[in-house]
Design a protein around this ligand. Structure first.
Ligand code: ADP
Ligand code: MG
Length: 257
């Protein structure tokens, strides 16, 4: 499905968080949303996901969801947001609860998603027994088990160490190649965006405005190959030039809250 964000602005009381964002996430692509801390990335994701009503503007979904889709939009959060007293399989199963599937269908879906996300051996484990990387695989599995048309990822790798992040990037690319979806991927990490996204939307500091959309001309499957390095380094430099001053200003900002 395609996500059309049209003229979205958002205020929290007197604080203008987003200003006039218009943006389309195309069917089947990963659009990375980058911008300095506090520029409204999570707010925009919340608006797309229907958790927040925008002050002005709207979000339109169009196209057909996958045949076995139970929920068109699902989230993956930075802090995993798992229930500590539920096992891995139970945490994943919670996403299926509202959909009234027969028990065998529910089990089938859970078993398939455990395999897809590399959690086959961890079905009966509790979150506290798992590494951060494994917890986020559960977060992914919970989002994917409903076969969403659109996946909303809010800094999903930001709480993980560099090596785990690398592994999960590889795995996400493999999953996306198998399960078709449209993805809006919020990150403040340029390397992640350059590795995972088809296009990168750059937001200004707060109030978040769309500054530029950068197309990455290198196919996803080539991104980690040495041949792609010069093109990606050039894009990295260009993106950093775009966001550097804003990141520095955001860093020095005193918030009167
Ligand atoms: N529920 C809220 N109430 C008031 N202000 C909020 C709320 N949520 C976020 N903000 C403020 O809105 C701005 C944008 O926040 P957020 O969307 O979380 O930014 P980002 O995800 O880009 O870091 C920040 O200044 C933040 O402090
Ligand atoms: Mg955020």
């Amino acid at each position: 499905m395609e996500v059309r964000i049209e003229g979205v602005s958002h205020r929290y009381g007197g604080l203008q968080a987003l200003d006039g964002i218009s943006l389309t996430v195309r069917e089947g692509e990963t659009l990375a949303l980058i911008g300095p801390s506090g520029c409204g990335k999570s707010t925009l994701l919340g608006i797309v996901g229907g958790l927040l009503q925008p002050s002005t503007g709207k979000v339109l979904l169009s196209g057909k969801p996958p045949a076995d889709c139970l929920n068109p939009l699902t989230y993956v959060f930075q802090d995993f947001a798992l229930l500590p007293w539920r096992t891995v399989a139970e945490n994943i199963g919670l996403s299926l609860m509202p959909h009234g599937l027969p028990a065998n269908k529910r089990q089938e879906r859970i078993a398939a998603i455990l395999v897809l996300t590399g959690l086959g051996e961890f079905a009966a484990a509790y979150p506290r027994q798992l590494s951060g990387g494994m917890r986020q695989r559960v977060g992914l599995a919970r989002a994917l088990v409903v076969r969403p048309a659109v996946l909303l990822l809010d800094e999903p790798l930001s709480a993980l160490d560099a090596q785990t992040r690398e592994l999960l990037m590889e795995e996400m690319l493999a999953i996306w190649a198998q399960q078709r979806s449209t993805r809006l991927y919020v990150t403040h990490n340029l390397d992640e965006a350059l590795r995972l996204a088809d296009r990168i939307a750059v937001l200004s500091r707060r109030p978040g405005r769309l500054r530029e959309i950068v197309e990455i001309g290198v196919p996803l499957s080539e991104r980690s190959k040495p041949d792609a390095a010069p093109a990606l380094a050039a894009l990295h430099a260009r993106l950093w030039t775009l966001i550097r001053s804003e990141a520095a200003e955001a860093d020095r900002e005193v918030v009167n809250a």
